[in-house]
Design a protein around this ligand. Structure first.
Ligand code: NAD
Ligand code: UGA
Length: 360
């Protein structure tokens, strides 16, 4: 049987590493993978079904050949950490629009199927949040084909990422419309799991996404910080459920042809303040020796935490009826289960170092 050849751009990141786990466990796939980093996928590098190149996708002359040699291109590479959007906006715009637009063009020219990873951030904020303040009005779940996009003013550079991702979606759609590109756009809603981001000072620098921020605080016994009170809400989605959906897209080319899918778990929606309390409780349960330890949760302003130009999404609940109907996909993992798996993996990865630096 011929294998399906996947070209995975950004295969060394959080989602990419979990996708590699799944596809390399199935002999019907071979992978051409590219990433600037291989730290999270070391265990796969000797796999004969993975042809990995370490480097920058956009300076590689061979990129057109990689696309040519594959059946499906999955484009995951991005700068997707909110602390960057208002601090290095030019690179965020380049990495999320200008550079990946070249991949869209190559896929259209070579008539290759493209599965592109966009973001739930394209929806921005709820329309009501600008009218009556956050959480002022009842909200409808965001729908792929009906909801409007509500982004803040240009000076609120937080929205550089959302805007770049939205423009790339429009480019992909236009290539589908005018040049027959076969594509699927995935809009992830806060996937969480092992190997998400980094712990500052250990395997990365800067401010990671919220799960890694809270894990750093728990492991090194510093306060968990709630940005602007932690009132904003997210629908956290277990990475295993997310990978199920992505496999559904890979395996159903006709049903997912030229579709945009929200992939998220509406049942796991909660506030960031509640997330902090849950993570503290689960961490103390999993690490009983920390049970009696004081773990503070404090408030911090967004300007102090992220700098000028940060604004937040107040609430984003995915309408997943399309993924349910076309992919027969249903997210199964509760927030507490997803957090337990994530916290356990961070304790395994960084626990010894934390105990060394922070003995009780
Ligand atoms: P990640 O940062 O963990 O992974 C991105 C990977 O892309 C990294 O390994 C990085 O080294 C690589 N990369 C970036 N630019 C590159 C370049 N020029 N050349 C080579 N490699 C490059 O991010 P992730 O969480 O795995 O997200 C993957 C995709 O999904 C992104 O497009 C992101 O915008 C989107 N997304 C993710 C989430 C989520 O919940 N994790 C949510 C919304 C959208
Ligand atoms: C994320 C990122 O933009 C992308 O990775 C992705 O496209 C998308 O959303 C997604 O994951 O679906 P966001 O959810 O705002 O954006 O990023 P997080 O860092 O996960 O922050 C979530 C919330 O926690 C925000 O309200 C943030 O202000 C807050 N936060 C973050 C804290 O209260 N404390 C912290 O220490 C860190």
């Amino acid at each position: 049987m011929d294998s399906t050849k996947l070209c995975i751009l950004g295969c060394g990141g959080f989602i990419g590493s979990h996708l590699l786990d799944r596809v390399l466990a199935d002999p019907s796939y071979t992978v051409i993978g590219i990433d600037k980093s291989a730290e999270k996928i070391k265990r796969h590098l000797s796999n004969s079904r993975l042809d990995f190149t370490l480097g920058d996708i956009y300076t590689m002359e061979a990129i057109a050949t990689c696309v040519e040699q594959s059946d499906i291109v999955l484009s995951l590479a991005a700068l997707c950490n909110p602390s960057l959007y208002n601090t290095i906006p030019l690179r965020v715009l380049e990495n999320n629009y200008s550079q990946p637009s070249a991949i869209v063009k190559v896929c259209a020219e070579q008539k290759k199927r493209l599965i592109h990873f966009s973001t739930c951030e394209v929806y921005g904020r709820t329309a009501g949040s600008y009218v009556s303040g956050p959480h002022g009005l009842a909200v409808e779940p965001f729908n792929e084909d009906r909801s409007p996009y509500v982004l803040g003013p240009i000076s609120a550079q937080r929205w550089t990422y959302a805007c770049a991702k939205q423009l790339l979606e429009r480019l992909i759609y236009a290539y589908g419309f005018e040049r027959g590109l076969e594509y699927t756009i995935v809009r992830p809603f806060n996937f969480i799991g092992p190997r998400m981001d980094f712990i500052p000072g250990i395997d990365g620098e800067g401010v990671p996404r919220v799960i890694a921020c809270f894990m750093e605080a728990l492991l090194f016994n510093t306060p968990l910080k709630l940005v602007d009170g932690g009132f904003n809400r997210r629908a956290f989605t277990a990475i295993s459920d997310a990978i199920d959906a992505i496999m559904g897209i890979i395996k159903n080319p006709e049903k997912s042809k030229n579709q945009i899918f929200n992939i998220g778990n509406p049942a796991n929606e909660t506030t960031i303040a509640d997330l902090a309390r849950r993570m503290k409780r689960i961490y103390q349960k999993l690490s009983p020796k920390y049970a009696g330890q004081t773990i503070d949760i404090v408030n911090v302003s967004s300007e102090e935490f992220y700098g000028k130009g940060y604004e937040d999404s107040d609430r984003r609940i995915p309408d997943i009826s399309k993924a349910r109907e076309l992919l027969q996909w249903e997210p199964k993992t509760s927030l507490d289960d997803a957090l337990s798996l994530t916290i356990e993996s961070y304790v395994r990865e960084y626990g010894a170092r934390a105990i060394e630096e922070n003995p009780l």
